[in-house]
Design a protein around this ligand. Sequence first.
Ligand SMILES: Cc1ncc(COP(=O)(O)O)c(C=O)c1O
Length: 396
Amino acid sequence: MMQEFRNARLGYAPGAPRDGKAAWQVLSPEDFARAQAEITAWPGYAPTPLVSLEALAKQAKVARIEYKHEGPRFGLGSFKALGGAYAAMRVLQRELSARLGRDIALADIRAGKYAEACRAITLVSATDGNHGRSLAWGCRNVCAPCRIYIHAEVSEGRAQAMRDLGAEVIRIDGDYDDSVAVAREEAAAQGWFVVSDTSWEGYSEPPRDVMAGYGVMTFEACEALDAVPTHVFLQGGVGGLAASVAAALRQYWKDDAPRVVVVEPDRAACLFESAQAHAPTAVEIAEETIMAGLSCGEPSEMAWEILAEEAQDFVTIPDSIVAPTVRLLALPQSSDPALEAGESAVAGLAALLAARCDAGLSVRLGLDATSRILLIGSEGVTDPEIFARIMAGEAA
Ligand SMILES: Cc1ncc(COP(=O)(O)O)c(C=O)c1O
């Protein structure tokens, strides 16, 4: 394995997994089923590929590496296409039902029956790129106005992708957590509706729908796998992806569900800190990580409820192994197919490869030659300029 992986310093904190109900109650089978019924009816729906990286598995001395490649998802470049767009429809469904005094069906909103009424309902969110893109796309599909708040470090390429989908993009000073706060304040003042992928006290319906939407991806992977994985490595921002996948895997495989390893950048390790404190814990982001989608300082409370029961391990990785992992996937030195992935997509794989260079960490994670690893390649090339810099060896 390459020098960068051997030299990498990873952080490790054990989780405290236990039998509980969060994987069934915070996200219920009905929540997943409702999202699945709607999203699989959208035009252009197709399962994303599950790619077996056989040569890389051999190199990492594990039995299997299965990589769920979310690059092609609805032409939006990431798994987030499943969350924000669906949650937007659910907000509109609840609001239209309240305004019109009867139950409104998602299928009718999708078909444009309420386009006029949707024009009067503004949806807003903060984002570091991918969630906003999903929300902007969802709003455009149903004619609802969309305002997206981004922080100082979100790349211009990602901002433009949201403008191209018709969203008004507002750049604020500060970091991701500041952008969440501004979106909340302005929405409260203006009567707009926040469609966030993170939850906080008293705010849970849209983030629950966002996480339910991600279930489409997990169930596709479950159906495509021919053996139950022993481990799933899940990258964490606010924790919505990891919690949704962990809950869906538990519901699908029950007691046989794989061991959940949560992976975060060491510069934004709020889930890692939460594991150590046994409670949702915020961290200060002193320096932005290259993994833009994972640069979140505050965990989603609902996500944490699930991860507290389901996650066995929490790992942090340095930025130094991200670009090498992107290049490894894009330019495989073997028979594996080439895959184009963004910085946040590869965090799980980067952690796996570095852990396999560290005998002690491999033992702690229960990794050996029989391990079958599921990875969520959560984005494709969502910012071509950054990807080009990584491929040219210019990005750290
Ligand atoms: C590509 C990508 N992967 C993973 C994540 C992490 O998801 P979450 O914030 O739900 O933990 C994000 C979040 O934006 C993302 O964009």
